[in-house]
Design a protein around this ligand. Structure first.
Ligand code: PLP
Length: 385
């Protein structure tokens, strides 16, 4: 444990900051599958890298320190982390999920965990009363995304956690969009935080990884058992890359958020734009709640163009902002949720939760904001029909 008063410092010196044996200021990549035992039952702390690896362990300690948890776990992807967390449930259990979660999260529950009779209900967690009304006897957990993807709807994490705990539910928050630099769900009452570390934590679009942090020793023991038993662990090299990425999270996010706020203001006053979803704008529906629980509105923006703009032309006219899945890297990315990140959600559910075919999602990078705005402005102009 190495937690400092200010998170900027914990980002760089948290977890296990120094290699004790050599003094190396970066934890080495322990590229080994197994470890010598000095005699029967005489291990030096490690036995096999699925169970534990020093590089992965340094990352796991770091994310736990950053989220203020009890223990951290690193997985081969965000969905591998969610798979491990949902594996805490049993046949017959049900999980409530925020009404626009990541498409892959939905698919995991809708098409994989349903084989094991673990069910889900989409719940309007943005509205705590309606969430409470969805709690039936079989509901054992709630998964919140806030802001939720792709409409950036904000859930009052503390309010939902309080209700959930009165009913004995496990509260899981997908904190991918905010990271512990902006929002710390365990402090708001969550029991487990999950991340697609592929996004801001890695930050350079060069590694796929997932993390989970738990708030109690009991959950830590259960999740450690599941991690070792199901085996979706993160490799030593990828663990190293993530530690490296996390060191610059603070400076990257400061710029990301500044750029995102400027881009959101630009879009919200642009005559071609029908709607903008960004909880950092004072006019946004989720602004007040988000402000209470997070440092700022984060980086993700979604918006719709007016009817006389051709969305295909818009995507094809961008020259700087790249059309691609994913988010959270230093480069600006754009995507079309209904055909890309959220395509695995059936059309009628997409329509119901407001993921229209005209919705555009932006992950604002750390390039010069003038260049980003010029690219957006030009593509909008080109797409007018
Ligand atoms: C990308 C993403 C995931 C899935 O993570 P992978 O690393 O792609 O498996 C889960 N939740 C959110 C919010 C995401 O953006």
């Amino acid at each position: 444990m190495a937690v400092y008063k200010n998170i900027e410092t914990t980002l760089i010196h948290g977890g296990i900051p120094i290699d004790e044996r050599t003094g190396a200021v970066n934890i080495p990549i322990y590229q080994t599958s197994t470890f010598k035992q000095d005699g029967l039952g005489k291990m030096r702390g490690y036995e096999y890298s699925r169970t534990g690896n020093p590089t992965r362990e340094a990352l796991e300690a770091l994310i736990s320190d950053l989220e203020g948890g009890c223990a951290g776990f690193a997985f081969a992807s965000g969905l591998a982390a969610e798979t491990a967390v949902f594996s805490l449930l049993h046949s017959g259990d049900r999980v409530l999920i925020s009404s626009n979660v990541y498409g892959g999260t939905f698919r995991l529950l809708n098409q994989v965990f349903d084989h094991f009779n673990i069910n889900y209900t989409i719940s309007d967690t943005e509205n705590p009363e309606s969430f409470e009304a969805d709690i039936t006897d079989d509901v054992k957990a709630v998964l919140i995304e806030s802001p939720a993807n792709p409409l950036m709807t904000v859930t009052d994490i503390r309010a939902v956690a309080d209700i959930a705990h009165r009913h004995g539910l496990l509260v899981i928050v997908d904190n991918t969009f905010m990271t512990p630099y902006i929002q710390r769900p365990l402090e708001l009452g969550a029991d487990i935080v999950v991340h697609s570390a592929t996004k801001y934590l890695g930050g350079h679009s060069d590694v796929v990884a997932g993390l989970a942090v738990v708030s109690t020793d009991e959950l830590a023991q259960k999740l450690a058992f599941i991690q070792n038993s199901t085996g979706g662990v993160l490799a030593p090299f990828d663990s190293f890359l993530l530690i490296r990425g996390i060191k610059t999270l603070g400076v990257r996010l400061d710029r990301h958020v500044q750029n995102a706020l400027t881009a959101a203001k630009f879009l919200s006053t642009h005559p071609a734009v029908k709607s903008v979803h960004y909880p950092g704008l004072e006019t946004d529906r989720g602004y007040k709640v988000n402000r209470r629980q997070a440092k700022n509105g984060g980086v993700m923006i979604s918006f719709e163009l007016k009817e006389n703009y051709d969305i295909n032309k818009f995507f094809e006219s961008l020259t700087l902002i790249t059309l691609a899945e994913s988010l959270g890297g230093v480069e600006s990315l754009v995507c079309h949720p209904s055909s890309m990140t959220h395509a695995s959600i059936p059309e009628e559910i997409r329509k119901k939760v407001g993921i229209t075919d005209g919705l555009i999602r932006l992950s604002i990078g750390i390039e010069n904001i003038t260049d980003i705005l010029a690219d957006l402005d030009n593509a909008i102009a080109q797409s007018e029909v």
